[in-house]
Write a protein that binds this ligand. Structure first.
Ligand code: UFG
Length: 380
């Protein structure tokens, strides 16, 4: 089986997006369709809703009657389901993969380590195995700044040492970075990009798609949004005695649309359309380009804004966005949290030609539009 290539026009390229009905996945599908790609979403809907894809069709003008409607296909299946994956690769002429599917709740991963390792690590092994049987060896992996653990210094560059993760969720991200890198070591036809996300928030400006957490949110932004909409009484601020300007935790919040566009940039890089391909850090391995000019190797990129914002900065930005006061109370620190992290973004800028465009106020405004018009998420 000949290895598939990304070095052709997007209109002739089909990208498999696992987890494409989820928060980051659905926004990425919009940007892929906007860039002209054909997309197959594979999702088991365990933590997402198919309605998100109807909304994506609405945003991209792909109604059922549209001649282009088949540019977005949906397959309901788990990445652990080898038979379903075989069938999907046989039916669709997939050229590359953006792999989001996975469990993502830090706290839950401590309670359910077997489920997390099985689904995230096992599922990725099944996916990669079936993919290579079909000649598909280009994969963008949804990694996380969590692989840096408690950083020695900020901003964090891709050269920073990885530290042991404090929970099984973080371990799966680190392990999968290793596993996918080793695929390239063993077979230099693999083309792997590891994108280390900082804290994605916000929503599409249409207000049609956004984050739809099941139950009480674990993360700051959806929690703040649910307080703003009146579903929860107040925000608990986890610690105000960190060595940061206002004592609360500092993170690099990035607009989900910026993050989504980072994936499109990664495909351009893999196709050899942008970047020098020179590895500027020891972790990246850049191999000989293929005859068609597409890249082979492993690229590692931070996707952040380079700006740190505290918990109180976020609460106040959200107050500006929604025009209401957000009640909050300081609580003890949350186990496993770090004081501060934010990204060095130079590598993504120079290699991928990508840079975040939207600031915290815009992230909160878009998040509020989604939350206020869809108070019950896709269920409403
Ligand atoms: N926080 C609160 N109250 C809340 C929730 C969070 O004060 O109700 C604080 C946290 O203590 C932290 C900040 O808000 O200082 C951000 O917390 P999040 O839970 O929103 O995000 P984290 O930075 O803890 O985790 C995120 C992702 C993980 C990923 C990690 C990588 O959720 O998947 O970034 O750094 F691993």
């Amino acid at each position: 089986m000949q290895t598939k290539t990304l070095a052709k026009p997007p209109a002739e390229t089909t990208i498999l997006v696992t987890g494409g009905a989820g928060f980051i996945g659905s926004h990425t599908v919009v940007e892929l369709l906007n860039a002209g790609y054909r997309v197959v979403v594979l999702d088991d809907l365990s933590n997402s809703n198919e309605e998100s894809l109807n909304r994506v069709r609405q945003i991209c003008g792909l109604s059922a009657e549209d001649s282009e409607a088949d540019r977005l296909q949906f397959v309901e299946a788990s990445i652990l389901d080898e038979t379903a994956l075989e069938r999907m690769f046989a039916q669709h002429d997939i050229d590359g993969i953006i792999h989001f599917a996975g469990f993502k709740a830090v706290g839950e991963s401590v309670e359910k380590p077997l489920e997390y390792y099985w689904n995230n690590v096992g599922g990725t092994l099944v996916l990669a195995d079936v993919a290579r049987r079909h000649g598909v060896k280009s994969i963008v992996f949804s990694s996380s700044a969590t692989v840096y653990g408690d950083p020695d210094e900020v901003p964090i560059t891709e050269m920073a040492e990885k530290h042991e993760a404090t929970n099984p969720y973080g371990q799966t991200k680190s392990m999968l970075e290793r596993i996918l890198s080793d695929l390239y070591v063993g077979d230099p036809e693999w083309n792997v990009v590891l994108l280390r996300y900082f804290n994605p928030i916000g929503a599409h400006e249409s207000g049609l798609i956004g984050e739809d957490p099941k139950g009480i949110p674990n993360n700051l932004l959806p929690y703040v949004a649910q307080v703003a909409v009146g579903k929860l009484p107040e925000v608990g601020v986890f610690g105000d005695d960190y060595p940061t300007p206002d004592g609360t935790g500092v993170r690099d919040y990035i607009h989900v649309v910026d993050l989504a566009r980072g994936h499109v940039a990664a495909l351009d890089w893999m196709a050899g359309r942008v970047g020098t391909g020179e590895a500027s850090d020891p972790y990246s391995m850049t191999g000989e380009p293929a005859a068609d000019g597409s890249r082979r190797g492993v690229g590692v990129f931070n996707l952040g804004t380079g700006c740190g914002s505290s918990v109180l900065d976020v609460i106040h930005a959200f107050e500006r966005a929604c025009g209401k006061t957000i009640p909050y109370a300081v609580k003890p620190r949350r186990a496993g949290d770090i004081a501060e992290n934010y990204a060095a973004c130079d590598k993504a800028r120079t290699e991928l030609g990508w840079e975040a465009q939207f600031d915290l106020d815009r992230m909160c405004a878009d998040s509020w539009r989604w939350q206020s018009t869809n108070p019950n998420g896709y269920a409403s």
